[in-house]
Write a protein that binds this ligand. Structure first.
Ligand code: ADP
Ligand code: MG
Length: 226
């Protein structure tokens, strides 16, 4: 019975995420479809034509931002739970994010060791880390260092992701994990929701410490498997 309950809970998480994606991606797609149909009409004034094309591009960019916050790796996830080496997976994600960090004048520093394992779906674990690291990089508006500390303490794998960016007020911290809350111009407000759900699905904990104009530190705690 216990395993059934856990399975149901997981299904709920998956379907909630899926419902959110389709809702958020469908809107820009519907709008773009409408514009394209309109553009088939002959004799559309040139300024209207350009306006519809620009709006379509914007809408498609929005759809792709949303998909990026959910699934940066567009590979289908197999739903396979594996034993993951935390240090190696963080290294993989750092490599993926390095170009983005460079554009933002951010160096990524990792301190940790191999040989600490947790259970989870690789793709989702990557997504969870990417969303937090991306926020950290985006928070350092004039560049800086994103520091990742990874260690094993007792039977707990601890990952700390620290930035020296703009920080958050306590009101902002309270809203973390709720969908569609963003302080950014082109933010989706979906990244932390996805991260929180994935950590929950891995039976882990996530905490945050933040000081306005000084920086933020997220801590993910997961159970070590031998
Ligand atoms: P988005 O990045 O699209 O805005 P997220 O769900 O990833 O959506 O983040 C929600 C909000 O949480 C951000 O808009 C920002 O206000 C705040 N936030 C998250 N991480 C950080 C951070 N490291 N530093 C400052 N603010 C953050
Ligand atoms: Mg984000």
């Amino acid at each position: 019975i216990l395993s059934e309950i856990i399975e149901l809970d997981k299904l709920k998480i998956v379907s909630a995420i899926a419902a959110s994606i389709s809702h958020e991606v469908r809107n820009p797609l519907t709008v773009t479809q409408g514009f394209l149909q309109f553009l088939r009409e002959p004799n559309i004034p040139e300024d209207k034509r350009l306006q519809f094309i620009d709006l379509s591009i914007e809408e498609l960019q929005r759809a792709s931002l949303i998909i990026n916050d959910y699934l940066s790796f567009a590979k289908p996830t197999l739903g396979r739970i594996e034993k993951l080496d935390v240090y190696s997976e963080i290294t993989y994600v750092i490599n993926v994010l390095t170009p983005f960090a460079m554009i933002n004048n951010v160096d990524i520093k990792l301190i940790g060791t191999e040989g600490i394992y947790v259970l989870g779906e690789r793709q989702k674990f990557h997504q969870c880390l990417i969303n937090i690291m991306k926020n950290g990089i985006e928070a350092m508006t004039s560049g800086g260092v994103l520091t990742i500390l990874q260690e094993g303490i007792g039977n707990q794998s601890i990952i700390k992701i620290r930035d020296n960016g703009i920080g958050m007020s306590s009101e902002q911290i309270e809203k973390l994990g709720s969908p569609y809350v963003s302080t950014k111009n082109s933010g989706t407000g979906l990244g932390t929701m996805v991260t929180y759900r994935i950590v929950k699905e891995m039976s882990g904990l996530i905490g945050v410490k933040s000081v306005l104009n000084q920086g933020t530190e997220f801590t993910i705690t997961l159970k070590i498997v031998r």
